[in-house]
Design a protein. Structure first.
Lengths: 331, 507
């Protein structure tokens, strides 16, 4: 008896047969080709991540007669910054028209300006204005904050000050890091805030603060804020890592904020009684000299701070700041 | 020629409301963060929610702050009926849109999917169980309340997912422990619309049931004129509530969606007072026997819940609650697991508890210092909590002010010397001391000379916690380089809110 499920298949025409067969052959060929192309001894195919290096942010053609370090005392942050940079030869020495400028203040903490855990917003604003006057193409301000970045930039007053001065705040998010070769003794390849690879000039604006392990956080230590990754491990060799950073990143210009100085309980502070008035701005191109000068605010000597000596030995600068033809004045 | 359609009809007004309120929900939840929260009433929907106000009233006999806004829903419902569900409720509106997408839109299916089913009674039993538990003092309304459920699901699942795809909502991709569970429940409920139109609203929603009960006294209702009606049943086609407008309307199921009014070809349906030829209505449909069973079940469940360990009767799992949280017993009587605090927290430290605080504490907020830490100067979570489980603090009240205001402690940090680098690995570290936010720092260190394996002698800074100063913020635990199980960990002992979870006599 024939089956009840009795729909009969159609016989293929020659044309249909050839089409079917060639389709099958094509699919097989694609499978085979893919297998050949992707055949590998590695379990995971990684795209080669580009490893970046820092570009040279320095300007070489500064006149040798100009001071390398300028120290301004006074009360008005804007005037002090202007006068100090003027003494170094003016902002035009450092920022050329159409330069992209990145400013790196210390915005590590969710703290008000008076507590001196972050750079004074007036100082940051003054530097932003200078860069805009030098006709920079863009002026970015960034940091890799330790507390919540939004809170840190807002409550430090820096976000508002930068926006008012005409700069742009760049918050570093999780994806904004690029693997960079710092070529240091312990800092080899490390994730670095991508903005440093997108600009022509870098201006470092640290604040002078106490720090229990490294004794002080000044301009070279402020460069910690360029790094992402597990930077809490750097404490295990803090002096070498700071020296490594100082060698790897050479800012175009450093403007140290010592208008307020956090003398105790650093680097977070938290109480007005931890803060002393410094009323000083130190600008220059020699980070070792600037840091050495700033030690006086914290009652420290070069011998107390190993990383300054290390950086000097590795050619970052000269700790004998008096030999650099310093310009010290009051505005 | 067809007469021109009127633009301003009750149906179109309702549609405009639904778009407005759904968008408002998304916007209010979006601005629940540090950068956008500028005194807006971000928990508005939770405060409008009558079920939250009603059940939380029974657990603690207060109507906390903004919860009084629920009167804006309760009183109109008494007069107008259960309008909330299709006009205001963002979850109801979402379910309506989704089920409209899922519908096959063949008339023959619509009549079946929109017919009333006995299954729709279930929501009244859920409501009864939640109310009985609340009267005894256990608040579990957050598990089933649609606003709490939607806020929680969007906070933990949808917004982070949107950020993962497009970015722009958070600065750092948020992570939530057990977040998948919350999201999958939400997606399953939404997928339920595939099988029963507005599955959640018709079958499960205790808030809908509550509104149904409230609408018993309503004078304005959908009315069908039995003289004009030709029993064509077109009113049933797009019915939201499954309330049988073609027969004896079940007013407690009716969302006042107004589609039947517009659909009726005879003009036999209107919304208003009863007229000469208006059909009778059917009361709330519950099986009295099932209702009694549910109530008895809840009555039996309560002492069983109270005999299980939770954080209030035996603090042992180390749950750290957000700063400003009230004492644990009261906390469980107030928290509706809505997740507002998790949304606003800038460091993502506030996480939905799984079972670590007992089943009762499911999805209540706990601090997980491996993910974030409590930002020292931040008081946002207390300001968005709709029920006062977390009280709003001023910064001064949180961090203290010498000499009179003591800081609000949420726990105390402890060293695990065996894992601490300077304590047992002869390695410099004290990151914990660096990040400690108090002044003077609660973490200090002593310098000790140690003879190393090779005979040399070196000094190490070994950190110590000052329990008098430690506020339990957990930044030390979060930033500890001993990453998987930190060498310093915070437990809630010493927390300000508890009189019993204490160790130091003078502290």
């Amino acid at each position: 008896m024939p089956s009840k499920v009795n729909d009969k298949a159609r016989r293929l025409s020659r044309r249909e047969f050839i089409i079917k067969l060639s389709t099958a052959a094509a699919v097989s060929a694609v499978c085979g080709a893919a297998a050949l192309v992707f055949h590998s001894g590695e379990p995971v195919n990684r795209r080669n991540n580009k490893i970046y290096t820092f570009k040279n942010y320095r300007v070489s053609d500064t006149s040798p007669t100009l001071p390398k370090i300028a120290i301004a005392h006074g009360k008005d942050a804007d005037k002090m910054v202007r006068a100090a940079v003027e003494k170094l030869g003016g902002i035009g020495q450092f920022i050329k028209p159409a330069d992209k400028v990145l400013i790196k203040p210390n915005v590590g903490w969710d703290r008000q300006p008076e507590l001196a855990a972050n750079t004074n917003p007036d100082v940051v604003a003054a530097v932003v204005r200078l860069c805009i006057e030098a006709r920079a193409a863009s002026v970015w301000v960034t940091d890799v904050s330790i507390n919540d970045p939004y809170r840190s930039f807002a409550r430090s007053g820096i976000e508002a000050a930068v926006l008012k001065a005409g700069g742009i705040v760049k918050f570093t998010t999780g994806n904004d890091f690029l693997d960079t070769d710092l070529k240091g003794e312990i800092l080899k390849i490390w994730p670095v805030s991508a903005f440093f690879h997108q600009v022509d000039k870098v201006i470092n604006i640290p604040i002078a603060k106490h720090h229990s392990l490294s004794k002080c956080t000044l301009s070279m230590k402020n460069l910690y804020g360029t790094l992402g990754g597990q930077r809490n491990r750097l404490h295990q060799d803090i002096n070498v890592s700071i020296a490594d950073l100082a060698v790897a990143i050479r800012p175009t210009l450093t403007v140290m904020d010592a208008t307020r100085v956090l003398r105790t309980n650093g680097p977070t502070g938290g109480s007005i009684s931890d803060v002393a008035q410094g009323d000083t701005i130190i600008a220059g191109t020699d980070d070792v000299a600037i840091d050495t000068y700033a030690l006086s605010f914290l009652d420290l000597k070069v011998a107390d701070v190993p990383y300054i000596q290390m950086a000097e030995l590795r050619g970052v600068g000269i700790s004998d700041w008096k030999s650099l033809n310093p310009a010290e004045f009051t505005v | 020629m067809k007469p021109a359609k009127k633009l301003i009809t009750l149906l179109n007004v309702r549609r405009a409301y639904s778009v407005f309120f759904f968008a408002l929900f998304l916007i209010l939840l979006y601005i629940t963060d540090f950068r956008h929260l500028k005194g807006y009433e971000t928990p508005l929907f939770l405060e409008l929610d009558p079920l939250v106000a009603f059940t939380a009233f029974f657990t603690s006999f207060t109507v906390y702050k903004g919860l009084v806004l629920s009167l804006l829903i309760i009183i109109p419902t008494i007069f107008l009926g259960r309008f909330f569900c299709s006009w205001v409720c963002p979850f109801g509106i979402l379910n309506q849109w989704i089920s409209h997408l899922f519908n096959k839109r063949r008339a023959v299916d619509d009549y079946r999917t929109n017919a009333y089913r006995d299954l729709y009674r279930v929501k009244y039993y859920i409501l009864a169980a939640l109310c009985v538990l609340a009267i005894f003092g256990a608040l579990q309304v957050g598990l089933f309340d649609p606003i709490a459920l939607m806020t929680r699901s969007f906070t933990i699942g949808i917004y982070p997912a949107a950020n993962y795809i497009a970015g722009g909502i958070y600065i750092k991709q948020p992570l939530f422990i057990g977040g998948l569970l919350v999201s999958v429940i939400f997606l399953l409920i939404v997928a339920g619309n595939r099988f029963i139109t507005r599955f959640w609203c018709r079958v499960l929603c205790p808030l809908g049931a509550f509104m149904g009960v409230l609408s018993m006294a309503s004078v304005l209702r959908i009315r069908r004129d039995i003289d004009k009606c030709t029993d064509c049943q077109r009113c049933l086609r797009y019915c939201h509530g499954g309330c049988e407008p073609h027969g004896q309307l079940r007013y407690s199921e009716c969302h006042l969606c107004m589609t039947c009014v517009e659909q009726c070809p005879e003009g036999a349906i209107h919304y208003g007072l009863s007229e000469e030829a208006s059909s009778v209505h059917r009361p709330v449909d519950v099986n009295r026997r099932r209702l009694i069973e549910t109530v008895v079940g809840a009555v039996v469940l309560f002492p069983i819940m109270r005999s299980a360990v939770n954080e209030a009767n035996l603090p042992q799992s180390g749950l750290i609650r957000p700063p400003g949280s009230i004492e644990e017993g009261d906390f469980l009587r107030r928290c509706i697991k809505c997740g507002q605090c998790m949304r606003v927290c800038p460091t993502n430290v506030i996480q939905p508890a799984l079972l670590e605080g007992g089943l009762e504490g499911l999805w209540t907020p706990v601090l997980q210092n491996r993910i974030g830490y409590c930002e020292y100067n931040c008081v946002l979570c207390g300001h968005v909590c709709p029920t006062g489980a977390i009280m709003p603090l001023t910064v001064e009240k949180k961090i203290g002010k010498k000499p009179d205001i003591k800081p609000t402690k949420i726990g105390t940090a402890f060293y695990d010397h065996g894992r601490c680098l300077p304590w047992s690995m002869n390695v410099d570290c004290i990151v914990c001391e660096e990040v400690c936010p108090t002044s003077p720092k609660a973490i200090w260190f002593k310098e000790e000379e140690l003879r190393l394996r090779d005979g040399t002698v070196r000094k190490f800074k070994r950190p110590i916690v000052d329990t008098q100063l430690c506020v339990g913020c957990g930044i030390c635990e979060n930033k500890c380089p001993v990453h998987d199980k930190p060498a310093i960990r915070v437990t809630p002992i010493g927390e300000t809110r508890s009189k019993t979870n204490r160790m130091i006599l003078k502290g």
